[in-house]
Design a protein. Structure first.
Length: 463
């Protein structure tokens, strides 16, 4: 109820203060404005009147003339100041002020709504959508929900160019997927007695080595640690087809630069597809993509994919998403890894309050490749938690587990991670982000086992 009052204050404030501010202005036609003698409430009315009449600079002067002392007026003054700054083309300062308010009061719905509006107006679609979705899940009355829904619909079908960049330069353990032991034995190369005997024969006949005595790991086979640079840039254009549908074209490039021992990768991807709003509760997104992976200035892999996603708003707090894709992979280095992958995933997202949500996902994958032993069946699940903290910090933590079965191997892949973003500290629209994670890859073929932590320090689009 407290949250609802804060949100609907946007409308109530306008209805209550507009007549008062207009009346106040009429009175001032016959008198000189003396800010020294004004009450805080009158100064707020004057500032609002000036903003409504496109006199943003004067409104700023009225607000900052002297500090407000009453708590209820301090926040109101800050919100009006943000409006005035935005109108006077000081948009970064306005957005920063609202982020500062939210950093101290994450539950302030009116500040969040104004911030979402400003991000939408400055084409920060990622940020605007983030805050509108939080509001959509938190508000209770129909009028507020319709207001937020209107913005989300505009966002989905707005004609606009968009650009985003993310990057990190971080220490990473075992970035080459290498082995961790210095010596491996026959039992480490196979998951069954038959497979172990096969490797024993292979080493003896082809390499003249005895794996019962031990096979020494070569330097290039060992796990390598070091700093990895990972930069992704995406650009595209979204255009409206009709009242309930739009089309998006997007191009993405990613550069992953490893230490000199491992070749760097360049990944180029193109996507296109429509978004269809069936009704206020159901949305469909279709996508066709082509991805090319290059290394050593040579094409190594191509992925062609078709996917579809359905989002269903069960109620304002609970949203379900279903995803299905099919991918054809052409591996030009190893024809045995050429084939198809089908993936399905279902997500549920539940808003706990206006600053946090939890998500649960379940998925399945099936891969079929030229060599039958590379084919696999996988089931997976995960749990996520998002929270807006004070001081402009957001945290998103996630735990995932995948169980994969192959003809000669069973794999258990576990990962836990957390990302912290400092939203109110941004430069040119980007905010710093810190990620930490731990993974454990456990195979019935011991040689493939690997585990360890990782740190990711980078930037992301401000939201």
């Amino acid at each position: 109820m407290k949250y609802l009052k804060q949100f609907t204050f946007l409308i109530l404030f306008s209805l209550a203060v507009l007549p008062a501010s207009t009346l106040y202005a009429e009175e001032q036609k016959q008198a000189t404005v003396n800010l020294n003698n004004m009450s805080e409430a009158d100064r707020l009315k004057l500032a609002k009147y000036l903003i409504e009449n496109k006199q943003a600079d004067k409104a700023i002067s009225a607000i900052i003339f002297k500090p407000f002392n009453q708590n209820v007026n301090i926040v109101s003054a800050q919100l009006l100041l943000a409006d005035a700054l935005f109108l006077s083309d000081k948009k970064p300062q306005a957005i920063k002020l609202l982020r500062d308010i939210l950093s101290k009061q994450p539950e302030n719905a009116l500040a969040r709504f104004k911030l979402a509006q400003m991000l939408f107006s400055t084409s920060n679609k990622v940020g605007a959508k983030h805050h509108f979705l939080i509001l959509r899940a938190a508000v209770k009355d129909d009028e507020s929900q319709r207001l937020v829904d209107a913005y989300l619909q505009k966002m989905a079908h707005k004609k606009n160019w968009f650009f985003n960049i993310t990057g990190s330069y971080s220490p990473k353990a075992n970035f080459n997927g290498g082995v961790v032991k210095d010596i491996y034995y026959c039992d480490d190369f196979g998951a069954t007695p038959e497979a172990v005997n096969g490797w024993r024969t292979t080493f003896a006949t082809l390499l003249g080595q005895d794996c019962d005595v031990g096979i020494v790991t070569t330097p290039d086979q060992k796990a390598q640690n070091g700093f990895v640079l990972d930069v992704t840039a995406a650009a595209g254009y979204g255009f409206k087809l009709d009242q309930n549908s739009s089309w998006t074209v997007k191009a993405t490039s990613q550069i992953i630069k490893y230490p000199h021992t491992v070749p760097s990768l360049l990944i180029l991807t193109a996507n296109t597809g429509p978004t269809l709003n069936i009704n206020k509760q159901v949305k469909l997104v279709f996508d066709a993509s082509a991805s090319y992976i290059l290394s050593r200035q040579k094409l190594e892999k191509r992925n062609l994919a078709l996917s579809g996603e359905i989002t269903y708003i069960i109620n304002p707090k609970l949203v379900a998403t279903g995803y299905l894709s099919i991918t054809k992979t052409d591996n030009y280095n190893d024809a045995d890894l050429t084939g198809y992958t089908v993936k399905s995933q279902n997500n549920l997202r539940y808003s706990l309050d206006n600053t946090s949500f939890v998500s649960v996902k379940l998925g399945a994958q099936k891969g079929k490749f030229n060599h039958p032993n590379n084919g696999f069946t996988e089931i997976s699940g995960g749990f996520g938690y998002y929270k807006d903290l004070v001081h402009g910090i957001t945290v998103y933590s996630e735990t995932n587990l995948a169980l994969r079965h192959k003809n000669l191997e069973d794999i258990q892949d576990f990962n836990i991670s957390a990302k912290l973003t400092k939203r109110d500290l941004n430069l040119w629209g980007f905010a710093p982000q810190l990620g930490v994670s731990y993974s454990n890859y456990n195979s019935t073929i011991n040689r493939f086992d690997k585990s360890g932590p990782a740190i990711n320090i980078g930037i992301t689009k401000s939201f």
